[in-house]
Design a protein. Structure first.
Length: 297
């Protein structure tokens, strides 16, 4: 079975684009209260996933309450398992859902669990995630100037905010943005999730400006209002939809072996055991390998 991709809420599971892409596991230990879902049940849930899939990659929004993350780490610690990776990328919730979908797509390829988990950090740099906001008065995850804070109190004020890959904020006028948000220089599909604002600016102005190859409405994640510090929003995320492009992106990066747990990885840190790579002069040379998606000619 492919490496399991798990998330902390059902609204972080986007529809599979094809019948080959597996769904994500929704951790009930993160969804349900500890009063109704005991630690023993949480341990059984995670142990079952590990036994069935071999390895589990858990994606958790950075804004998730500390009680949820403490339980995740407690489960991993009690199971004494190095087959569970808990990742908290600095992506907004919809961007995190897109990342989960990309990892689900790549899990059907023959990437090793270590490469798949560490690819999350790489892929995050290619996800343009942001929101149209009715207020930035309480926003603390993206730099906001004092002037923008003051303008957010004006009736009808709206702001277009890009959280990743580079933070950006512009004020939106009634006919469009005074300045445009910097968009991706590669082909993407845009997903948007309306909250308490109309999505017209996102669909009619931003998507064409970014040359989005497709636009699709999805459900707003429950965590979005907490992440953006307001319910007056339309969240959006533009990302690479083609699995062949994602595959080439990940497979083009040099792989190393983790000196602690032995898993393959890309980047400078193992996603499962968190061990950093040793200095370059201490790393053994390893031959490059070509990997192909399952079913590829």
């Amino acid at each position: 079975m492919p490496t399991a991709v798990a998330v902390t809420g059902p609204d972080l599971v986007l529809p599979s684009p094809d019948r080959h892409t597996p769904s994500a596991a929704v951790l009930q230990s993160a969804v349900r209260s500890p009063l109704t879902y005991s630690l023993d049940q949480a341990l059984t849930e995670m142990d079952t996933l590990v036994e069935h899939h071999g390895y589990v990659i858990v994606l958790c929004p950075a804004s998730t309450p500390a009680s949820v993350t403490r339980r995740l780490y407690a489960v991993r610690s009690i199971l004494e398992s190095d087959r569970i990776a808990v990742l908290r990328p600095e992506l907004p919730p919809l961007g995190l859902a897109v990342l989960a979908l990309q990892l689900r797509q790549l899990s059907s390829c023959d990437f090793s669990p270590g490469v798949l988990a560490s690819a999350a950090r790489l892929l995050s740099h290619y996800i343009y995630a942001g929101a149209l906001l009715g207020s930035v008065a309480r926003l603390d995850r993206v730099p906001v100037s004092l002037q923008s804070h003051a303008k957010s109190w004006l009736p009808g004020a709206q702001f277009a905010v890009l959280a990743t890959p580079r933070p950006e904020l512009v004020k939106v006028s009634g006919t469009g943005p005074r300045t445009s948000l910097p968009g991706p220089g590669f082909g993407t599909k845009m997903l948007y999730a309306p909250g308490q604002l109309a999505p017209a600016w996102v669909t009619d102005t931003l998507a064409p400006a970014w040359h989005a190859q497709g636009v699709e409405e999805v459900r707003l994640p429950a965590e979005s209002a907490r992440w953006w510090a307001t319910g007056r929003l339309v969240e959006f995320a533009a990302a690479i939809p083609d699995i062949s492009v994602l595959y080439q992106l990940v497979s083009s990066v040099r792989r190393e072996d983790c000196h602690w747990c032995g898993l393959e990885l890309i980047g400078d840190r193992c996603a499962f055991c968190a061990a950093p790579l040793p200095p370059p002069e201490e790393r053994p040379d390893r031959p490059a390998r070509a990997l192909l998606p399952r079913g590829a000619p």
